[in-house]
Design a protein around this ligand. Structure first.
Ligand SMILES: [Fe+2]
Length: 320
């Protein structure tokens, strides 16, 4: 369980313009919060926004793959990208920022779905609002508002199938080769995204605008769709290559890229680089969260998504 870690709010928000004094006050408050939480995180979060620093730290690693690597939770997918060696996948992520092509074994997928059906999830990730997914409609009626998200907080850590994923030698080797350090498990989340009307402010709050996440000098995130995800089910979207190719001004503002309009980022980096990841339940993909990306809002069916993040160094705090 990760209860000793403290989650920081997703920043910065697209907020109406505020005065210089207010901006400075917010900045100082944010620095103090990071200092109190973990001073190493504060230093890292400033340095790791620069690609040269990220690559320098990764280059200093000396990771060696084990001689034999078993894949215990995935199998070759029938899609365009069959399961490749962990080294090939890591290299692909190094070039493009992400890789799409894992496929969960049926037994693992079924176990995760059973867990999701038989364990309470929490509306808006609020521990005081538990409900079973089969009772979602009644719960929304009682709440008086449509739900956008519901997560399982840390309870997925008790699920055997999740533990197998977290310790799968193949996935760990993909992560370690990409980071060039023995991968450190940081956290994971199992969460529903629901079709519901939403405002731009809610989109920003739930990371549904293009952004990057900086939780270490380098991290890698694995995602698995546990329900079918088409264009209408809130697919994940990447802007290819933006983990290695980013304007200096956009590196300087780090996570502040979230404050730039999606369309402006697409114009800057090229519409042909936008990759919408759709696929059947069980599809997995992995990416560097520094590569510009977003989750989109489902408008047809609900989406159940599992994600796991690995990094180089552990910290006491993190951005969601
Ligand atoms: Fe993100």
């Amino acid at each position: 369980m990760l209860t000793h870690f403290r989650q920081l709010p997703f920043v910065p928000k697209k907020v109406p313009s505020v005065s210089l004094v207010e901006q400075l006050t917010k900045k100082i408050q944010s620095i103090l919060r990071l200092l109190r939480g973990d001073p190493r995180f504060l230093v890292m979060s400033w340095l790791a926004r620069f690609i040269a620093v990220r690559e320098w730290v990764a280059d200093r690693g000396r990771y060696q793959s084990p001689a034999v690597i078993d894949a215990t939770v995935t199998h070759p997918s029938a899609g365009a990208c069959p399961l490749e060696s962990s080294g090939q996948v890591a290299k692909f992520i190094q070039t493009h920022g992400y890789y799409v092509g894992f496929s969960l074994q049926d037994s693992i997928l079924q176990d995760l779905l059973t867990f999701a059906e038989t364990t309470p999830c929490y509306a808006n990730r609020d521990s005081s609002l538990p409900f079973y997914i089969k009772n979602k409609d009644q719960f929304e009626q009682a709440l008086g508002a449509p739900l956008l998200v519901a997560g399982y907080l840390d309870t997925h850590e008790t699920c055997d199938a999740y533990q197998k994923l977290k310790t799968d030698p193949y996935l760990l080797d993909v992560a370690s080769q990409y980071l060039n350090h023995s991968a450190v498990y940081m956290r994971g989340e199992l969460a529903w995204g629901f079709p519901a009307p939403n405002t731009q402010a809610e989109k920003v709050k739930t990371a549904r605008v293009f952004h990057c996440d900086i939780n270490d000098f380098k991290t890698i995130k694995f995602f698995f769709y546990l329900t079918d995800v088409g264009e209408g089910e809130g697919p994940h979207v990447y802007i290819k290559g933006t983990h290695r190719n980013r304007r200096l001004g956009h590196q300087w503002i780090g996570q502040g890229c979230a404050s730039i309009d999606d369309e402006a980022l697409v114009e800057t980096y090229g519409r042909d680089r936008v990759h919408v990841v759709t696929g059947p339940a069980g599809l997995g993909f992995a990416g560097d969260p520094y590569c510009l990306h977003k989750g989109t809002v489902p408008h047809d069916q609900s989406r159940l998504l599992l994600q796991l993040e690995f990094g180089i160094y552990p910290y006491r705090i993190w951005y969601f």
